[in-house]
Write a protein that binds this ligand. Sequence first.
Ligand SMILES: Cc1ncc(COP(=O)(O)O)c(C=O)c1O
Length: 291
Amino acid sequence: VEPALAILGRGVVDVTAPAIRADDLGVQRGDGVFETARVHDGHVFKLGLHLRRLCRSATALALDAPTDDAWRALVAQAVAAGGTNGDGLVKLVCTRGPSTAGPVTAFALAMPMPPEAVRAREHGVDVVTLTLGVTATARTAAAPWLLGGAKTLSYAVNMASLRAAEAQGAQDAIWLAAGGEVLEGPTATVCWVSDGTLHTPPTASGILEGTTLAVVEHLAAPLTFSVTAGTYDDLVNAAELMLVSSVRGVAGVRHIDGKPVGDGRLGEHTTRLRDAFEDAVAGRRAVPGVE
Ligand SMILES: Cc1ncc(COP(=O)(O)O)c(C=O)c1O
């Protein structure tokens, strides 16, 4: 299926129609913000959580982004116009537009589920660790220009990290801070299981606050949930390790830097959380909190 596109101020347009000017600062400089949310049977999963983070990202960039109501209308238009083939995703994109004075360019793009996301969920992934070069304390309110926690369109480093992983025969990566602390994946939050606890790194390290993680936290029991400043050793010694994000859901990690995680197969908590998350997406299971 073809993606379906709805543009702020224009409504639904053919996806092949011109949507972005060549002088748009989103194109020229990656100056903008985005979200990617899961769509199932026309329902956008936890759109409210995505809008909340989008709003925080826009504030970090001093971007005059559309209101939640405007986004909801745009997203509904794109999803109603097709594009997802039942199970898919919707991207919300807002750039600074053709000038620093606005208006912003904003659109919603509904797309089918990428096959590699399904593969990651069903079979797991092998990852390598890569340094991000920053310290775990660099991206704080004292240095707001580093845009810690903001989901910006500047994803060239994220994509280069995935290519570096692929060059080493892996499918994904986990970034470590300059001091070796665990950060996140280029497109996912990291979680690991040890001693009956589900651990994830603190957002104070500048990583994104994951919407999938918020849902996984609700589904964690019987595991205790803990925000833990983990190290490389914690990952290598974990009983289970996962990458979680909106589109892939919960993907188990089989090998890290060539070493098996546990016995190298998807663990019991990984598969349980994966299936529980898919149930939540499909509306078979309620998860409290922002919708
Ligand atoms: C860098 C990064 N961290 C974490 C995530 C996970 O966020 P979410 O669970 O809201 O999709 C993403 C999402 O794509 C991401 O790009």
